[in-house]
Ligand binder design. Structure first.
Ligand SMILES: Cc1cc2nc3c(=O)[nH]c(=O)nc-3n(C[C@H](O)[C@H](O)[C@H](O)COP(=O)(O)OP(=O)(O)OC[C@H]3O[C@@H](n4cnc5c(N)ncnc54)[C@H](O)[C@@H]3O)c2cc1C
Length: 272
């Protein structure tokens, strides 16, 4: 029976109508939307038997949690939204289904949630993030699953592209003092490097795709991860990014580094 390194908690899916209160480009390639409003708190809805049911306040316990951000389908002004039920969300609609895209809450306070959008210039979520202005509405749901920070770990190896930067930023803030970590992040160029919390024993390497190289078209991240020296002890390996890169890194960590399942967390965050 493998050890469990992360405690999982599940949360009722709650749709929250919020207001965009700030729009700020952290770097040229990353737009930060800060959303806020009373809907981050608890609210009471009517249950099936007419009794009041309390929907929980927003919480994001895991550094790599994600919410669904509901965005308008092509050509529409407003998103199609799921309906809130006392026991979760109902996605059945007569026409277009709700379009919810996954984003990591970069910073959470009782009053605000920050979401960082890669400005990749193609999709509905990326396009919505370009258009919205302070005062506009935003709809999010989740996180419905949260995993606590891994425990009983001697060292971390962490990698990702810019879609993983919100999770990696939180990871570095939550990393316990004294636990070493090697972190590799792929971005377009030096202008897209972010200020991250880098404690003693943490080594952050920024990889630059370089001018004209589209995300998801190089093997830079997987090649660099393959060449990393491997720390001693129980190593937790976390990676997120483009699906092909994620597959390569997962194969390397499983086959070459023999990382046990309870210490391996690799996710394809998007597909080129
Ligand atoms: C758990 C989880 C957490 C995530 N957290 C974040 C986050 O915090 N911030 C964030 O920006 N993304 C995050 N992502 C990735 C994000 O959900 C995807 O990039 C998503 O596809 C964006 O939706 P879209 O509507 O903009 O583009 P889509 O409609 O999905 O795609 C349109 C086109 O854009 C391309 N594309 C999609 N994403 C990218 C990209 N990043 N770079 C270049 N081309 C792209 C696709 O290949 C496609 O051709 C996360 C994904 C997961 C699964």
């Amino acid at each position: 029976m493998p050890k469990l390194r992360r405690t999982t908690t599940t949360h009722l899916a709650v749709l929250r109508e919020l207001e965009v209160v700030r729009v700020h480009d952290v770097t040229p390639g990353m737009r930060r939307l800060t959303v806020a409003g009373p809907a981050l708190g608890e609210r009471v809805v009517e249950g099936p038997d007419g009794q009041p049911v309390t929907l929980p306040a927003f919480t994001s316990p895991g550094f790599d949690d994600h919410v669904k951000v509901f965005v308008p389908p092509s050509g529409a002004e407003r998103p199609v939204l799921p309906r809130q039920r006392p026991d979760g969300l109902d996605f059945t609609t007569e026409g277009v289904r709700p379009l919810g895209k996954d984003y990591t809450p970069r910073r959470v306070t009782p009053d605000e949630v920050e979401l960082d959008f890669v400005r990749h210039g193609h999709g509905q979520a990326a396009g919505w993030a370009e258009r919205v202005r302070p005062g506009d509405l935003a709809w999010i749901a989740g996180p419905t699953i949260g995993q606590a920070f891994p425990h009983g770990v001697d060292a971390f190896v962490v990698a990702g592209d810019e879609t993983a930067l919100p999770a990696i930023g939180r990871f570095l803030e939550e990393l316990p003092p004294g636990v070493p970590a090697q972190v590799v992040v792929e971005v377009a160029g030096p202008q897209d490097e972010q200020d991250l919390v880098v404690r003693e024993g943490v080594d952050v390497t920024w990889l630059h795709r370089g001018a004209g190289m589209e995300p998801g078209t190089t093997t830079l991240l997987a090649d660099t991860v393959r060449a990393l020296p491997w720390p001693a002890g129980d190593v937790y390996a976390w990676m997120a990014g483009e699906s092909t890169a994620a597959r390569d890194v997962r194969t390397h960590w499983r086959s070459d580094r023999r990382v046990p399942r309870d210490c391996l967390d690799v996710s394809g965050y998007w597909r080129r």
